[in-house]
Ligand binder design. Sequence first.
Ligand code: PMP
Length: 405
Amino acid sequence: MAAGFLAAMTQHPTLSRRITSISAAGPDGWDLFRRARAMREAGLPVIELTIGEHDIRTAPAILQAMHAAALDGHTGYSPIPGSPALRAAVAARLQAKTGVATGPQNILITPGGQAALFAAHHAVCDEGDTALFIDPHYATYPGTIRAVGARPVTVTARAETGFQPRAADLAAAAPGARSLLINSPNNPTAVIYSRATLEGIAGVVQDHGLWLISDEVYDSQIWEGDHLSPRALPGMAARTLVVGSLSKSHAMTGSRVGWVCGPEAAIAHLTDLQTNTNYGIAGFVQQAAIFALAQGAAFEAQIGAPFARRRAITLDLLARQNVVRAAPMQGAMYAMLDVRATGMSGEGFAQALLDAEHIAVMPGESFGAAAAGHVRVAMTVGDDAYADALARLLAFAQARAEVPA
Ligand code: PMP
């Protein structure tokens, strides 16, 4: 019996390499976020400019539509690729924005953009394949790529080139890779990729036979210039999977409504994946999403308006000093501030700012090495509180820059 017990002890099953490797070992850059939360819970008046989530909640009218749909019976299993009406509504929105012919057959409705990122990589990468993404990057990208069994490899977009990735750097990384993930408007940098950048990207993915995964969850928050979807470039619709979401455009982060837009054959296989993973999203949430999309572009502009105002506040305050510089604030809900003139790292600056001023911002390093010496400010508190916090951040930077080395 004792031998049997020992055998059972030694034969205990291990978890898969795939799941245990999703989170890379070592600090994940979110220590500051957790410390700020703990300080706040301990009663300190911490201003959190960390997470990319609106300071408003989902509009009551959308919630009423959700409630009515639930009472109306939309509580059973619902179509797994998404209801025909929701797929059509998303397709119409994308066609109106991009000019690319898009129908319901091109759309898979997913539980948020995050599930769409996972599904898109699952669709194009086999075990061990190289999946490229741009540094700086949204926090989950490397983990998402590892979660499908692929190998995440970064291509650097430098602060000196306004965080626009260069075609030459992409071409150097492309041989042997399966996919390239880009994000414009970009989190964390707030930069929008120019037509030249996107044409360079399109050239590289076509030359090297890659899939392009284009994360466009901030496509409603455009503050400068135009947002061009690379799917609209010649030859790209057949090799691009666009990831989208109602989280940012409609302040519906908790409802978990996203999509993959791509070639019909890819969407058919992605429907198989969804059948065997999450089985689609709740019918009453889909009905609420149809209602939300029916509010049109004016509603999306209204949701984005606070960030446009705070962007203006940011530019105004930055213009009055010369220590901190922002990456071009072209879109999304962030300001990526270069604090290198203080002589501090992004991490050091953010930690010291939290201690001295009780203001929490994200160290640039938590989004990749290319954002070292920067901090990301999420413009997600009311205008007055935001202006006050940013003024204090700038004064703090000014004081640090004046300290003799
Ligand atoms: N992509 C980017 C760039 C994001 O910033 C986020 C959320 N912060 C997501 C995808 C995922 O958003 P969601 O799953 O809520 O749609």
